[in-house]
Ligand binder design. Structure first.
Ligand code: HEM
Ligand code: SF4
Ligand code: SF4
Length: 502
């Protein structure tokens, strides 16, 4: 499994490098596939509402109403129809990429299983909504889908009489199923929205909007596509004639040709098996159990910064229980905590300057304590003129060379800014490099964003004013960028030498 993930991650890294070059790190579509999913959903929903105004929901008049929209009102409803179709196709593309990417970058195991499992029914709903949409046009493609789907459904032992009988020929054609499809196509997306909302419940501040330039560019491309290649219907459905040739939407209907070679019952089995395999992936293999963040009430003043910064909604602020004059205290939900340590980086008591008593902040990771971090920084730093704080996922193995010390953290968001000040003020280093994931694509979601804000003194806890910014280098790079990281380090060291020569 590890090998597959690594190969996939490498493939993504190569492919994404091109996009990063073209769009810049913050606007690359790969960093916000989930957000693009939401975006395409809203485009599909908005255009769908417009189309519904002109759509005739009766089976006999549906085709004519779609023709009216496509040809008579091509400039508005026609464009809306095309946008509706292309945004639906785009939704499939981004969701498939999203699934592969979350898998490749291992964002599904351990306590992160929730989004993966809630994503699975979403996947099914995307297809149910898409296929029912093609049905509503009631052209030859819809006829093919109606016949193939009902025959396929009949292989399940759930219907009393074969539902495919509704579509035997024009004399048996019943509007019953058509009405059901209209119903599914309207209420399916509403249910999907509910699932999408559940899907991000364990993400605080989930990214549901792509960056503006990307949003504008994407909708622009879809509009151009809609005008140049408008979506059109095929010949009207006629149950007395078997359609000979069909224009196909492979994004939604790719499974249908399989029905010609695989018995329907078997295909259900394969689909069920595929979902089962997907459903157990978060435990393949089970993640190592890492202790969750622990609160030390004695050192907590209830400031809520840990609560504000936790990317996985794993902290709740509850009324104070120790009788001290503070309003609230944090409680960690151990089933949601991914042990990223970002809360420790947010806590104002995580300061290495502390002299009185042992260094124990209000919240921290028991297995990677702030006191150990200080000890590690102080120990053997005499020869290290650059200290690199790197996240576990970064490519920093080959950076440790003469004069460079690499200190690894679960996420660079765990680093309290006071450590930068401490290392520089006490001359433990001439320069500090923080080496984390690409901007907008932090493995722990928000670690690099909060670090950027804290170091720029825009978010509490701020880096102290006296810390010389020229001696701090923030390096945000995607995985598989060891050469670029080495270059960044060399440039930083050269800049430090210049400062020292001043
Ligand atoms: C309509 C379809 C979907 C939409 C709109 C969607 C959207 C999102 C969004 C907005 C996020 C949060 C991104 C962030 O702020 O970090 C997310 C995360 C995620 N999604 Fe989806 N998603 C969809 C389908 C799926 C499917 C089908 C799967 C897998 C079966 C999936 C797996 C995940 C995983 C594993 C995460 C990351 C969890 C983590 O960081 O711990 N999603 N998705
Ligand atoms: S370690 Fe990370 S996930 Fe756990 S409580 Fe702290 S910030 Fe939240
Ligand atoms: S950031 Fe620290 S002091 Fe503030 S509420 Fe959390 S644990 Fe307490």
């Amino acid at each position: 499994m590890e090998l597959i993930k690594r190969a996939l991650a490498r493939a993504f890294a190569r492919f994404e490098a091109v996009f990063e070059y073209a769009f810049g790190q913050r606007n690359t579509p790969f960093a916000c596939l989930g957000a693009l999913g939401w975006y395409f959903y809203w485009i599909v929903a908005a255009t769908g509402v417009y189309l519904y105004i002109f759509f005739d929901t009766g089976i006999t008049d549906a085709y004519a109403s779609v023709e009216y929209m496509t040809h008579d009102q091509w400039y508005a409803a026609g464009v809306m129809r095309s946008l509706h179709r292309y945004a639906s196709d785009a939704l499939v593309i981004v969701v498939v990429l999203h699934i592969f990417r979350e898998f490749a970058f291992d964002r599904l195991r351990g306590r992160r299983f929730f989004a993966w499992l809630t994503g699975l029914p979403l996947l099914a709903f995307i297809y149910i909504c898409g296929i029912s949409g093609y049905w509503l046009v009631w052209d030859q493609l819809a006829q093919y889908i109606a016949v193939a789907t009902t025959e396929w459904l009949d292989t399940l032992p759930v219907f009393g009489e074969p539902i495919a009988n509704n579509f035997l020929d024009s004399t048996t054609l019943g509007g019953r199923f058509f009405t059901l499809m209209v119903f599914i196509h309207i209420f399916g997306p509403l249910f999907m929205l509910l699932l999408m909302w559940i899907h991000i419940q364990r993400h605080s501040g989930a990214k549901v909007n792509p960056p503006r330039p990307l949003a504008i560019g994407t909708v622009g491309v879809l509009v151009v596509l809609s005008v140049v290649f408008p979506a059109v219907s095929q010949a009207p459905a006629d149950l007395d004639v078997v359609p000979a040739e069909l224009g196909f939407d492979w994004f939604y209907l790719a499974g249908y040709p399989l029905l010609d070679i695989v018995p329907g019952g078997q295909l259900w089995l394969y689909i069920f098996a595929a979902f089962l395999v997907l459903a157990v992936l978060p435990w393949m293999p089970p993640a190592k159990r890492v202790p969750a963040a622990a609160v030390n009430l004695e050192n907590c003043n209830g400031c809520t910064r840990c609560f504000d910064d936790c990317p996985f909604s794993a902290i709740n602020m509850v009324p104070r229980t120790d009788g001290r004059a503070y309003e609230s205290e944090p409680v960690v939900n151990v089933n949601q905590c991914t042990s990223c340590g970002i809360c420790a980086g947010a806590c104002p008591t995580s300061t290495p300057f502390r002299r009185s008593g042992p260094l124990q902040p209000g919240i921290e990771l028991p297995h990677r304590s702030i006191a150990d971090l200080r000890d590690e920084l102080v120990a053997g730093t005499e020869k290290a003129r650059v200290v690199i704080f790197a996240c576990d996922t970064g490519d920093t193995d080959d950076l440790e060379e003469g004069g460079v010390k690499v200190m690894r953290l679960p996420c660079v968001g765990m680093l309290p800014p006071s450590f930068v000040d401490f290392a520089l003020a006490r001359h433990y280093a001439d320069g500090i490099m923080i080496a984390g994931c690409a901007e907008g694509d932090c493995h722990h979601r928000l670690g690099n964003e909060w670090t950027i804000e804290r170091m720029a003194r825009r978010r509490d806890p701020y880096l102290r004013q006296r810390a010389d910014e020229r001696r701090l280098c923030l390096s945000w790079l995607p995985r598989g960028s060891s050469r670029r990281r080495q270059r960044a380090l060399a440039e930083f060291r050269a800049a430090l030498s210049e400062i020292d020569d001043e």
